[in-house]
Design a protein around this ligand. Structure first.
Ligand code: ADP
Length: 340
């Protein structure tokens, strides 16, 4: 309301100014000579114009000073929320813009802080994950050097354990390379149709020897041998390898079933096991980088804690999503969909 009144005031001043100008012009033309009246009017006109211009300039100066002060306060972190930004009534539209700009700026800073924190945590995790196998290798080698090398009961075991740890290191480096490629957008995808039945048969055959050593029955449920799905075959292989190797890793006895179910325009692909299962509180976190329900068990099996994070990223690049259902002690089922 006050803003409107001020605007009206300004308009009124300008109107008075214009009317007097017209009046002066009229009288001047009427008498067509410069008489005292017209000189007087001219003077009055000049004085009025100067007063108006001076008042407007003063007002502008005050407004600019007000904007400058607010910007200074934002820059010096004296303002903690956009609600604390107040400008005079004539600057309400500038105030609104400043609110928007402040919220946008604050959001960006907070996002950057979060990213920085994630990065620091990630680096901390990476160093920790690297240190663990390196310390183990160092320990086994030192023990061998200090005499165990001559002890035929332990020497081979220690060498084997050192090798297992170098394998863990290798797995970790490979997974780290994948994660950084995915997150920096460098992982190139090549989408095409492929026969999912043949594909799953081939992937499963690679895991058959491992499953046999654990006496786990590995089976395929794929009723349509001609079914084609759309995706990056190599990346989907990486997804399946992670899911099947987890299913075998975290199953002590029983079976692992891999299957495809046709659903309208898509195919649901699942890996189901009769393993340890995952508790309800751990379930939402297993796709986070480095999150493991049981760190030692995962490491013993050569796990890096990055597998499911990679699976999640790859499926997101397929506009798909990974789902899990699990019951502690009964087993787990991981599944996702691909376009067919
Ligand atoms: P890891 O390399 O440790 O296997 P993943 O990212 O593949 O890392 O999995 C994260 C965690 O999720 C695992 O450490 C394990 O605790 C849990 N997990 C994954 N798959 C299964 C499964 N099939 N059964 C039980 N737990 C699982």
């Amino acid at each position: 309301m006050r803003q409107k009144l001020k605007n009206i005031n300004n308009k009124l001043l300008i109107t008075i100014f214009s009317l007097t100008s017209f009046l002066f012009l009229f009288i001047h033309l009427q008498f067509s000579v410069i008489n005292y009246l017209s000189v007087l009017l001219l003077l009055a006109e000049i004085i009025l114009a100067s007063v108006i211009i001076y008042a407007l300039l003063k007002k502008r100066e005050k407004e600019i000073e007000e904007i400058k002060n607010t910007i200074r306060n934002i820059r010096d972190y004296k303002i903690n929320s956009s609600n604390e930004i107040h400008l005079g009534n004539s600057l309400k539209s500038v105030e609104e813009e400043m609110h928007l700009m402040y919220d946008h700026w604050k959001n960006n800073i907070e996002n950057m802080k979060k990213l920085e924190q994630v990065r620091t945590e990630f680096l901390g995790n990476v160093s920790h994950e690297l240190r663990t196998p390196i310390f183990s290798i160092q320990g086994y080698l030192e023990t061998l050097l200090n005499g165990a090398l001559e002890d035929s009961k332990v020497n081979k075991v220690f060498v084997q354990k050192a090798i297992n740890n170098t394998n863990n290191l290798n797995n970790l480096l490979n997974d780290l390379i994948d994660i950084s490629m995915i997150e920096s957008g460098q992982m190139k995808m090549s989408f095409r149709y492929f026969n999912i039945h043949e594909f799953l048969k081939a992937v499963i055959s690679e895991f058959q020897p491992l499953a046999e050593t654990k006496k786990i029955i590995l089976s395929l449920h794929s009723p349509n041998p001609n079914l084609e799905v759309f995706g990056d075959k190599n990346r989907i292989k990486q997804v399946m390898t992670n899911l099947i190797s987890n299913a075998i890793k975290y199953t002590e006895k029983g079976a692992v079933e891999i299957g495809v179910i046709e659903e309208g325009n898509s195919a649901l692909i699942y890996v189901q096991d009769t393993g340890f299962g995952i508790s309800e509180e751990d379930l939402p976190r297993i796709f986070e980088r480095f999150y493991r329900v049981d760190k030692n068990r995962s490491r013993e099996m050569g796990g890096t804690g990055l597998g499911l994070a990679i699976v999640k990223h790859i499926l997101e690049a397929h506009d798909s999503k990974i789902f899990v259902e699990s019951k502690l002690g009964l087993g787990s089922k991981f599944y996702f969909r691909l376009k067919k």
